[in-house]
Every structure is written in structure tokens, then in C-alpha cells.
Design a protein around this ligand. Structure first.
Ligand code: ATP
Length: 234
């Protein structure tokens, strides 16, 4: 097992955002985390990347408890994240943004840089452009490309399809699939549950801070309750 959360509780002041979340991600998988607004999806990713700490419970990565490991060490250990809202550096060029993804590495990152440009040819065309002047879709590509520069073992993706035109959504999802095919494990948070379940091997449903379902993604796609709550019914 690559990643495991065990009975994780996270608070924002008095608000308990995660109320005992347990989940597992195996090497090579795409695992989706779906759920409504405020369910705790982003908080779960932040807890894994080290941006939030647990009030109780544990986070294991490759069998080691990383609960007290600072975020930059988690990046080095192999946990990469493309955050919600993209978090790119708007004044820096596309190329500089990509290189920021490798800032913590001491080894050669030329292979990952070439791979990011190969997966996202649009970034190669715009390598000198200021990132802040790019379209929403291009910024999303940049956020994912930058995360790849840290050579992650697991890539945490927060709402990669948010705000994108339908054609671009398809494109981003097929690139995510390709990244997985090339060997990176993926934990995907999505409001677009239909797409997320189509892509994933397994999925978890989060409701108000608790995991309420966990199953192969295809099973959840066919589940009447999940369909009614997250897939627009029918
Ligand atoms: P969305 O899809 O709307 O982004 P989410 O499933 O990602 O939702 P989270 O952002 O993890 O949910 O939020 C979980 C809960 O924690 C929500 O009730 C939210 O209001 C609360 N919360 C999140 N961030 C903070 C914060 N910085 N301060 C206080 N409460 C917060």
C-alpha cells in the first residue's frame, strides 16, 4: 500500500472538517474522492500533503507515519499536489513555474521537464508567457505539469476540471489517465463525479467529513443512491 489514512480527524478551530476518515491508495491506482460542497475533499488532500495537520489519526506513506513530516519533505518523499485554484505564480513564465515544481530536488529533472512539455504541448508553445495571462485550462495544465516536476509517486489532484470548457475537461482527464499509465498513482478529488468515476479504479464517497462508501468505481457508477446524489439522478 502506498498511502493510508487511518481514522483522521481535522479541525478548523471548532469546526470538525474530517470526522475519522480512513482510506487507502495502492501503487498504480487512480482513486477518486467524490462528495458535495464542504464534504472535506480538499481538507483530505491538504492533510496528505501536509498543509493541515490531524487532530488525531495517522497518515502513512510507504508504510511510514508522516503525520509530523513538514510539507516540503513530503514532496521530496514523493507526494505531489496540483492544488485547487491552481496556485501558479502569475508573474513568472510557464517555464519558471514548471521549474518551481523541482525546487526541492537535488537530482536531474530534465526527464520530467521534457515529459511535462510532451504531455502538454500547449505549455511548450507558451513557455515564455507569463503564467497569469494564460487561460484557465492552460493554468490547470501548468499546475499539473509543475506537480510532475517533483517526480511524484502519488499525485494529488484537486478539482482539475473546475471551470473548464467540456472539450478541455475531456483532454485533462485523458492526460491524467496517461500520467497514471506511465506509472504515477493518482488520488483525484472531483465535483464532476461522473468523469471521476469513469477514470478511477476505486472511489470513496465523502459526506460531511465521513467516508460513507468505498467501492470499485464502476460499482458506484451503477449505484442508484450514488447516481441520485452525485450523478444527476436517472
Ligand atoms: P468544496 O468542493 O466546496 O471545495 P470540499 O469537499 O473540498 O468542498 P473542504 O474545503 O475540505 O470541502 O471543507 C470541509 C469543511 O471545512 C467545510 O465545512 C468548510 O467550510 C470547512 N473549512 C475549510 N477550510 C476552512 C478554513 N480555512 N477555515 C474554516 N473552515 C474551513
Amino acid at each position: 500500500m502506498l498511502l493510508e489514512l487511518k481514522d483522521v480527524h481535522v479541525h478548523y478551530g471548532k469546526i470538525e472538517a474530517l470526522k475519522g476518515v480512513s482510506l487507502q491508495v495502492d501503487e498504480g491506482e487512480i482513486v477518486s474522492l467524490i462528495g458535495g460542497n464542504g464534504a472535506g475533499k480538499t481538507t483530505t488532500l491538504k492533510t496528505i500533503s501536509g498543509l493541515r495537520s490531524c487532530s488525531s489519526g495517522s497518515v502513512f506513506f510507504e508504510g511510514a507515519d508522516i503525520g509530523s513530516m513538514p510539507g516540503h519533505r513530503r514532496v521530496l518523499a514523493g507526494i505531489g499536489q496540483a492544488p485547487e485554484g491552481r496556485g501558479i505564480f502569475p508573474g513568472m513564465s510557464v517555464h519558471e513555474n514548471l521549474l518551481m515544481g523541482a525546487y526541492a530536488r537535488k537530482d536531474d529533472h530534465s526527464k520530467e521537464l521534457a515529459e511535462a512539455y510532451e504531455l502538454f504541448p500547449r505549455l511548450a508553445e507558451r513557455r515564455s508567457q507569463a503564467a497569469g495571462t494564460m487561460s484557465g485550462g492552460e493554468q490547470q495544465m501548468l499546475a499539473i505539469g509543475r506537480a510532475l516536476l517533483s517526480k511524484p509517486k502519488v499525485l494529488l489532484l484537486d478539482e482539475p476540471s473546475m471551470g473548464l470548457a467540456p472539450m478541455l475537461v475531456q483532454q485533462i482527464f485523458s492526460i491524467i489517465e496517461e500520467i497514471n499509465r506511465r506509472g504515477t498513482t493518482i488520488l483525484l478529488v472531483e465535483q464532476n463525479a461522473q468523469q471521476a468515476l469513469r477514470l478511477a479504479h476505486r472511489a470513496y464517497v465523502l459526506e460531511t467529513g465521513r467516508i460513507v462508501r468505498s467501492a470499485p468505481a464502476s460499482e458506484l457508477l451503477d449505484d442508484p443512491q450514488v447516481r441520485a446524489a452525485y450523478l444527476g439522478g436517472d
